[in-house]
Design a protein around this ligand. Sequence first.
Ligand SMILES: Cc1cc2nc3c(=O)[nH]c(=O)nc-3n(C[C@H](O)[C@H](O)[C@H](O)COP(=O)(O)OP(=O)(O)OC[C@H]3O[C@@H](n4cnc5c(N)ncnc54)[C@H](O)[C@@H]3O)c2cc1C
Length: 390
Amino acid sequence: MGEQQSSLPVVIIGAGIVGAATGYFLARAGVAVRLLDAAAPASGATGAADGAVSVGSKQPGPMMDMARAGTALYRELAEEGLLRDLFHTRPTFFVAKSASEAEVLTAHAQALRAAGSSVVWLNRDSIARRLPSLCTDAVGVLEVENEGHAVGYSIVSRLIAAAGLRVDRCASVSALAWDRASGHVGGVRIGDQIVAASAVVVAAGGGAGALIDLPDVSRPRRGQQLVTERAPVLNASLPGSVLSASYLLSKKTDGTRSASRGYGVVIDPLQTGQFLIGSTREDGQTNRDNDIEAIAHLAATAREMMPALGGLRIIRCFAGVRTAMCDGLPMVGRLKGIDNLYVAAGFEGDGICLGPLTGKIIANLVQGREPGFDISAFDPNRFAGERIAA
Ligand SMILES: Cc1cc2nc3c(=O)[nH]c(=O)nc-3n(C[C@H](O)[C@H](O)[C@H](O)COP(=O)(O)OP(=O)(O)OC[C@H]3O[C@@H](n4cnc5c(N)ncnc54)[C@H](O)[C@@H]3O)c2cc1C
């Protein structure tokens, strides 16, 4: 931040988990912040997510490494009190139903071990002991230890309250007030007003690309989910979330579009005693509708995985829209050529896990510090001048 602008706030566009976390870490460092949202806090993907804080669900490479650091930060923030009662440690179980799925999971286990995660392979006998409610046709289960769960909108509320921030609601930013020639952004435009800023952080999820002149590098990917009634005894028999091996495959990273639903089942035993069952990955879908076909498919697949679920009522269905980058990696960093413009967006199905860490990283950058984590793979400038999506 330049000396002469330091009395102006840092304007953060977007009060999802990434914007709220950025606001929290900046405010904690004594930096003035103005947090804006086109609607309300957690009204985007953050409010419609499951909440897996998981290293096991990431592809090997920078995402897996960042998820490890992100999970460690959740643990630290829970221990220091900020996220007490909101972050719950638990394992993740990946289920193979065929020899070829078991092969995929075996390779994944190696990658997780190499990244520092602790994993256990369960065979048929140990599956029956560890996961008594699981289907009997699983040929193997990969257990990833020390993972966690956090409800996105609760994290956002806690961060905003702890930082003493007030969110400007219904404040849709139409453009940045920037002058590329001077290499500086002076603020953001809302209607016919300019909100002046010492620095601008674009944490606007699916709205980020348009604001930084990269409208085509990301695309929406809808996820439909359902929640069952409470079933405390069954819930207690499941020590962590259960994912089909095909879930890993549904998290495509090659940038290809798919017309299919991208089903990959996740059964999540919630703290409430309910089960959350997800989800679809529907490219190009921006509406938050549910449809019977998708919900029936998810329910049937979950019942195949855990037969006792078939006796539970579905009490809620909902959908959210992830922001998927064309190369599968989020954008985190400063925009080249503009000294005070930062972006953090494009987290697809991983932003609850990575949100607090990203907020810390961006807060460090805004204050002229080292990010504290290697973000070179997420450099937003890799897209400069490109229109990647077909
Ligand atoms: C079905 C589903 C399941 C998921 N499950 C998981 C999971 O288990 N684990 C996990 O880690 N992640 C999960 N995710 C992904 C996670 O929800 C997202 O990656 C994360 O919430 C992204 O946070 P964000 O702050 O970047 O974006 P958002 O939460 O989308 O927030 C962006 C905000 O910016 C605002 N905005 C946009 N444009 C503008 C503008 N022009 N002016 C002002 N404000 C603007 C929006 O109103 C919005 O509130 C899931 C997502 C979905 C949809």
